[in-house]
Design a protein around this ligand. Structure first.
Ligand code: SF4
Length: 281
């Protein structure tokens, strides 16, 4: 069956029996990173060129000194873009420090959305690339840390739209109210929560999610939602490591969505028992 590509939340696509494809497209990644590199280089040149006249009047060597500073910053930024490209396309993580993830979240993501918007790349594509890169960075960070987290320091956050629409049981206040009738994946998620010993919450929105994180102060999070909510959630939760899993939407957005249960298990395994990193030997 041909699965339609979802471009924007506003699309009138109402879903299919399968999940939507959500892997970031390599051409999109290369295009956005290249445009971002060109934009940053042009901005750096302008930042250097505009004040050079005034600087020259102060001292003839000042434009060169300032040029070296701006040039250094541009080289670092371009290096960051190359690292992101290699991570997304080749799957090889060269740098996985929390600081690099911070630069990705605070600087590169808004710039990618801005540049993507200017050239007509749908925001959802940028968010998919961001989520993929974030997850790879988090996984590699945990591997290089060399030990997993304590299960009682992890939380599993689910959107309430995952619940069967006609279920009369309120699970947002207490997920244990679910009687595991099998009509939605909440029963399976409770099973995972018990098996791994992690806390599970079904949430009505981002505000409640933030409140849970403040209340429980976990060491790491596995979150399931749509691209937009995951992106803002990862931004809000930084520096907390979050593995973000894009939901399934067989009926479109926000109604009887689903989750890849195996992906949730893999995320928890990676946070609890990280495999030794092949890159660190
Ligand atoms: S699995 Fe639980 S939450 Fe889902 S429909 Fe059944 S009782 Fe309701």
């Amino acid at each position: 069956m041909k699965v339609p590509l979802l471009n924007n939340r506003d699309d009138d696509w109402k879903g299919s029996p399968e999940s939507i494809p959500y892997r970031p497209n390599k051409k999109v990644i290369i295009g956005v990173l290249t445009l971002l590199g060109i934009g940053l280089s042009a901005l750096g040149f302008a930042l250097w060129y505009v004040p050079t006249v005034g600087l020259k009047n102060l001292h003839p060597s000042l434009p060169y000194l300032f040029g070296a500073l701006v040039g250094g910053a541009i080289v670092i930024a371009l290096g960051g873009l190359v690292i992101m490209g290699v991570a997304l396309i080749k799957g090889r993580i060269v740098v996985s420090s929390p600081a690099f993830r911070g630069v990705l979240i605070k600087l590169f993501l808004p710039l990618m959305v801005l540049i993507g918007g200017m050239v007509g790349i749908p925001r959802i594509k940028i968010e998919q690339a961001f989520i993929e890169l974030n997850n790879r960075l988090v996984r590699e960070m945990i591997r290089r840390r060399g030990r997993g987290f304590n299960p009682d320091r992890l939380v599993l956050l689910m959107p309430h739209c995952i619940q069967y629409d006609n279920c009369k049981i309120k699970v947002t206040r207490n997920v244990r109210n679910c009687v595991d009738c099998g009509r939605c994946e909440i029963g399976d998620l409770i099973d995972i929560s018990d098996r791994y010993g992690v806390k599970l919450f079904v949430l009505t929105g981002g505000t409640v999610a933030r409140r849970k994180l403040i209340e429980y102060r976990p060491d790491a999070v596995v979150a399931v939602a749509c691209e937009r909510d995951l992106t803002s959630g990862v931004q809000d939760a930084y520096p907390l490591p979050v593995i973000a899993i894009i939901n399934k939407r067989p009926n479109g957005y926000c109604i009887e969505t689903g989750v890849d249960i195996e992906a949730v298990k893999r995320a928890l395994e990676d946070l609890l028992n990280p495999a030794p990193s092949p890159q660190t030997g």
